[in-house]
Design a protein around this ligand. Structure first.
Ligand SMILES: [Zn+2]
Ligand SMILES: [Zn+2]
Length: 275
């Protein structure tokens, strides 16, 4: 693998059909969630020039299938990297029979994977013990990931206060959700405190998390039914500008890879409005 002198984050895909993100500093490579099949995850990694065999650990945010679909097969097929998650996620996901190793993560406690430090923080979601992650490499940067959370928890706000790269859920537009095809009970679930962050929720979170260190924002888990990439980009971009930050906001697509390399560049155009 090519050495990088900074933290590189590659979103392999983001949304309710599957989530997976690679974080690497060139020495250590972490896969965060594996919500696609193992084969599809490896394929998307190869598109970004990454090797599945280089994964040192598979971190899991929570047990929903769009985050764990390929975990067991990926571990078995690609080097037996340990699966790292909270005890609640491990039990709810049925990871007790993993063929490879497991690492227990505890919210608020640092776990080191070679050159990368990981701090999980509690999120608020309809799952057993869900977490987001702060992933840091000394001198090379810090990435924060907060997705599948109905509210920005105090723990999330604290953990993400000074990250360089931020991935934050911007799931739905309130008007599109209300006027869209989802039945009322599902709308309530999405909007609940254990659901998903809306575009305005993500904007408010950005305002709280804004710091001079923040270099880039990636909007995650966008609903293809109840949101559009252009709305997300416009609303989050406007809020970032209003805060006085001049940084790019990108929307991670469901069907394509979004790479933080090269730094400060948008590699891909917005996802099509057709979806
Ligand atoms: Zn999800
Ligand atoms: Zn979920």
């Amino acid at each position: 693998m090519t050495a990088v002198s900074h933290l590189r984050v590659v979103f392999l895909g983001s949304g309710s059909a599957g989530n997976a993100t690679v974080v690497t500093d060139g020495s250590t490579t972490l896969l965060v969630d594996c919500g696609f099949s193992a084969r599809e995850t490896a394929r998307r990694m190869s598109l970004a020039g990454l090797r599945a065999e280089d994964v040192d650990a598979i971190l899991v945010t929570h047990e929903h299938s769009d985050h764990i679909r390929g975990v067991e097969v990926f571990q078995r097929r690609h080097g037996m990297a340990p699966v790292a998650c909270t005890m609640g996620t491990r039990e709810a996901a049925g990871f007790s029979a993993l063929s490879g190793g497991a690492v227990r993560l505890v919210a608020g406690e640092v776990t080191r994977f070679k050159t990368l430090s990981v701090v999980p923080f509690a999120t608020s979601h309809d799952a057993a013990e869900p977490v987001g992650f702060r992933i840091e490499c000394d001198g090379k940067g810090c990435f924060g990931l907060a997705t599948d959370t109905g509210v920005m928890t105090a723990e999330a706000t604290e953990a993400l206060a000074d990250v360089d790269l931020l991935g934050i859920e911007s799931n739905h537009d309130l008007g599109m959700l209300e006027n869209g095809p989802y039945p009322y009970y599902l709308q309530r679930r999405i909007r609940s405190e254990q659901g998903h962050l809306s575009n305005p929720d993500a904007c408010d979170a950005l305002e709280r998390l804004a710091s001079s260190k923040l270099q880039r924002v990636f909007a995650l888990h966008r609903s293809t039914t109840n949101n559009s990439a252009s709305i997300v980009k416009r609303e989050l971009g406007a809020r970032v500008a209003a805060i006085g930050l001049h940084i790019p906001v990108d929307v991670a697509p469901q069907d394509r890879v979004l790479d933080s390399d090269p730094p400060q560049a948008t590699l891909f155009a917005d996802e099509s409005e057709m979806q």
